[in-house]
Design a protein around this ligand. Structure first.
Ligand code: AMP
Length: 196
C-alpha cells in the first residue's frame, strides 16, 4: 500500500504520517521537511525555496514535482512503499503525480484527508511556533498559509473525489485517537467483503 496524507496546515499530518509510516513500513516523504532541511543546509534547492517557505507561499510546482519524482522513482526501484505528506498541494501537482503513477505502474494508492476547524488549526500552529521556533508558525504567516490552502490546495480534494476514494478523518482528538481512526478507515475499506 502507498498513502497520500492530505489536509490543511496544522492538522497534524506530519505527526500522523510518521506513525503510519512506521505502522505500515512506508517511506515517509514530507516535502515540507525536505525543503526545511535544504534551507538550513543552504543547498540550491534551499535557496530557491527559502522565501516561499518563510512567507507561507508555495514553492513553484516544477521545483517540487521534480523533487518528488526523483524520490518516488528511487522508492519504486527499491520496491519500497511510500507515504506522501504535504504533496500534492496544487492541481498541477496532483495531475503530475497521477501521470508519474501511470509511468511507474503504481496502482495501490490510498488518499486520507485529515480535517479540523480553522480556529483549532491556528491554535495548534501558534503553539508549535512557540515550542519549535518554526519560522512560518507566526500569526500572520499562518493566516496566509490557510488562505493558500483554501485557494490552491483544497481544490485537490475535488480532483481526488472524482477519481479515487478519499477517506475523510476527523483530525480533532489525541494523537493516538487520530491514528486509530485512520488505521480503522484504511483497514475497514481494504478488508475483503464477506462471502467474496
Ligand atoms: P509543511 O511542512 O507541509 O507545512 O510545508 C511547509 C512549507 O513548505 C509550505 O508552506 C510551502 O512553502 C512549502 N511546501 C511544502 N510542500 C509543498 C508543496 N507540495 N508544494 C509547494 N510548496 C510546498
Amino acid at each position: 500500500m502507498n498513502l497520500i496524507l492530505f489536509g490543511p496546515p496544522g492538522v497534524g499530518k506530519g505527526t500522523q504520517a510518521a506513525r503510519l509510516a512506521s505502522t505500515y513500513d512506508l517511506h515517509h516523504i514530507s516535502t515540507g521537511d525536505m525543503l526545511r532541511s535544504a534551507i538550513s543546509s543552504g543547498t540550491p534547492l534551499g535557496q530557491t525555496a527559502k522565501r516561499h517557505v518563510e512567507s507561507g507561499g508555495l514553492v513553484p510546482d516544477d521545483v517540487i514535482i521534480g523533487l518528488v519524482r526523483e524520490v518516488l522513482q528511487d522508492d519504486i526501484s527499491k520496491g519500497r512503499g511510500f507515504l506522501l505528506d504535504g504533496f500534492p498541494r496544487t492541481l498541477e501537482q496532483a495531475r503530475s503525480l497521477d501521470s508519474l503513477f501511470d509511468d511507474l505502474g503504481i496502482e495501490d494508492v490510498r488518499v486520507v484527508m485529515l480535517d479540523a476547524h480553522e480556529n483549532e488549526l491556528v491554535q495548534r500552529m501558534l503553539k508549535r511556533g512557540e515550542e519549535t521556533g518554526r519560522k512560518d508558525d507566526t500569526e500572520e504567516t499562518i493566516r496566509h498559509r490557510l488562505h493558500v490552502y483554501e485557494k490552491q490546495t483544497h481544490p485537490v480534494k475535488a480532483y481526488y473525489d472524482a477519481r479515487r476514494k478519499v477517506d475523510m478523518v476527523n483530525g480533532l482528538g489525541s494523537v493516538e485517537e487520530i491514528t486509530g481512526r485512520i488505521i480503522k478507515q484504511l483497514e475497514s475499506a481494504s478488508a475483503p467483503e464477506p462471502g467474496v
